[in-house]
Design a protein around this ligand. Structure first.
Ligand code: FMN
Length: 365
């Protein structure tokens, strides 16, 4: 590999430099492609020290050396799960993958809102499809929990069947699966969050999971744009199933937190810092409605905001958008900050901080 002779420190500063300065001046999708290429070439900074013992945790039977994951959408095609794991993510979620390959929406479809450290995307599930992604991942050993996020093709006549195909295809090679019904960029997809549709979907998905040789944990990924009644209905539906957990949340269609800023008028889902409050509130509100494990996502951009997700009720967290603005050392800072918060609270495990401020976060609409 061309960068083989470089010291780990030099390699990480090359990537860190690439990420912060050069990448921020590029068109966002070109910058993303350059980052994936850099990771594929072995340019990723590798974690130097083992994870602090305070961060070791268990999620649906998965043993995580730390509870901080890469959220779906960064590595849609499963090209770089190993480099991401070696960087120090405790989980890497690839996808969303749909049965057939699809091109997604026309470009431009990814926008930064620099003043707010927000991102708007309307990618539309651009991905290589089940066969190609399965071929790429089959047999690859990833030193972290590998999540595979599954979805439906835009033109599909039967969304539910697409998810069932995803479970059948990937149950054997994933450490967990995510049923993503919360992307705002596939028309009609989020209707699967409605009571009757959700019942049908979960029944189909969990029946297929029941037939697979291993019991792979299945998570359901929700939108933050749900009101109290919708959350009540979802909680009631999942209570009658053997779903394993929730991911809260996907991007929002609300623009309240970025009103008036450049690019705020672009269609799509908003993520990053301006999503933090809404997503964390929804996480706490779902925590009040279910005892299932929840992965908290949305707007994490510092050790403090990562800690807040656990306090609101998350058992693990994921992030994506902040890496666009904060650089790759953010992961290390978050992990060190979380371990320190555990020690400062006089506890021994991050699990001891879960839900300590749920009521506070859940108040408000
Ligand atoms: C460019 C982009 C693409 C995304 N694609 C997906 C996707 O394919 N599937 C999915 O479940 N979430 C996707 N997401 C949502 C993220 O996984 C995450 O839920 C959301 O961005 C909130 O986290 P963040 O604020 O840390 O980015 C995408 C997000 C971004 C910014």
């Amino acid at each position: 590999m061309i960068f083989e002779g470089f010291s780990p420190l030099l390699r990480s500063s090359l990537v860190a430099g690439l990420t912060r300065d050069a990448l921020l001046s590029m068109d966002p999708e070109t910058a993303h492609g350059a980052t994936i290429t850099a990771l594929r070439l072995g340019l990723a900074p590798q974690q130097q020290d083992p994870d602090p013992p305070e961060l070791r945790t268990s999620l649906c039977g998965l043993d995580l050396s730390n509870p901080v994951g890469m959220a779906a959408g960064f590595d849609k095609n499963g090209e770089v799960p190993r480099p991401l794991a070696r960087m120090g993510f405790g989980m890497v979620e690839i996808g969303t993958v749909t049965p057939l390959p699809q091109a997604g929406n026309p470009r431009p479809r990814l926008f930064r809102i620099p003043e707010a450290e927000g991102v708007i995307n309307r990618m539309g599930f651009n991905n290589d499809g089940h066969d190609e992604v399965f071929r790429r991942l089959n047999g690859v050993r990833v030193p972290a929990a590998l999540g595979i996020n599954i979805g439906a093709n835009k033109g599909s006549a039967d969304f539910v069947a697409d998810y069932a195909k995803g479970v059948a295809r990937f149950a054997r090679i994933a450490d967990y699966l995510t049923v993503n019904i919360s992307s705002p960029n596939t028309p009609g997809l989020r209707d699967l969050q409605h009571e009757d549709a959700l019942k049908r979907l979960l029944s189909a998905v969990l029946t297929v999971r029941g037939k697979s040789p291993v019991r792979v944990p299945v998570f359901l990924k929700l939108a933050p744009d749900l009101d109290q009644a919708a959350m009540d209905a979802i909680a009631a539906v999942i209570a009658g199933t053997d779903l394993d957990g929730l991911i809260v949340s996907n991007t929002t269609i609300s623009r309240d937190a970025v009103a008036g800023l450049a690019n705020a008028g672009e269609k799509g889902g908003l993520s990053g810092k301006p999503l933090f409050d809404l997503a964390t509130r929804r996480l706490a509100q779902m925590r009040q409605r279910t005892a299932l494990p929840i992965i908290g996502v949305g707007g994490i951009h510092s050790p403090e905001t990562a800690l807040a997700k656990f306090e609101a009720g998350a058992n693990a967290v994921q992030l994506y958008s902040a890496l666009v603005f904060g650089g790759l050392d953010l992961l290390d800072r978050i992990k060190r900050g979380l371990a320190k918060a555990v020690r400062d609270a006089g506890k021994s495990s991050i699990a001891d901080l879960v839900g300590t401020r749920t009521a506070e976060w859940a108040s408000g609409k």
